[in-house]
Design a protein. Structure first.
Length: 174
């Protein structure tokens, strides 16, 4: 019995990968959500990825959902890997393959992924410029200070990527 890799199968596998990553991730930075809250978050994100990527027909998934999905998955992968270049090497080809039949140009997808990853940070090692200033010998701020600024910045990332998508739509490349 061979498993065919169609869009629904790939989306289910992507959802399971997101579930596994969130299930085992140390999410202490989010506060006291507890083990049950983390499991609920993992199941919810798995369902969202599975639905958005495979169950919903392309005509029903609007460009806003696509843009938010690109930003969300890029930032989740960036949270675990940390390296901007490594995440770009993984996310851009994956999203180019995902959006190949949607009419969105490769440039728009690559720029949205780049913006989401490059702006986003929560811990100092997520962004080299932030990492350079950490510690008493540099700018003097701690990981807690970086998290205090980085967590609210996550909302700004979503807004920036949506504005970028609107601009690409005006240019006719999305």
């Amino acid at each position: 019995m061979a498993i065919t890799l169609n869009k629904k199968t790939v989306s289910l596998l992507a959802g399971i990968i997101v579930l596994a990553l969130v299930w085992v991730a140390p999410l202490n930075a989010l506060g006291e959500i507890g083990r049950q809250g983390q499991q609920c978050l993992a199941l919810t994100l798995m369902t969202v990825v599975w639905w958005a990527c495979g169950v919903a027909q392309p005509a029903y998934v609007s460009a806003i959902y696509l843009v938010l999905l690109i930003a969300l998955i890029s930032m989740i992968i960036h949270m675990f890997m940390g390296s901007v270049m490594a995440v770009l090497g993984i996310c851009i080809p994956a999203f180019l393959a995902f959006t190949s039949g949607s009419g969105v140009t490769d440039l728009a997808v690559a720029m949205m992924v780049f913006s989401a990853i490059n702006i986003h940070y929560i811990l100092p090692f997520h962004n080299l410029a932030i990492l350079v200033g950490e510690g008493p010998d540099a700018a003097g701020y701690t990981s807690k200070d970086a998290m205090r600024m980085g967590i609210p910045l996550t909302v700004v990332v979503f807004v920036a990527v949506l504005v970028e998508a609107a601009w690409f739509h005006l240019l006719g490349i999305m």
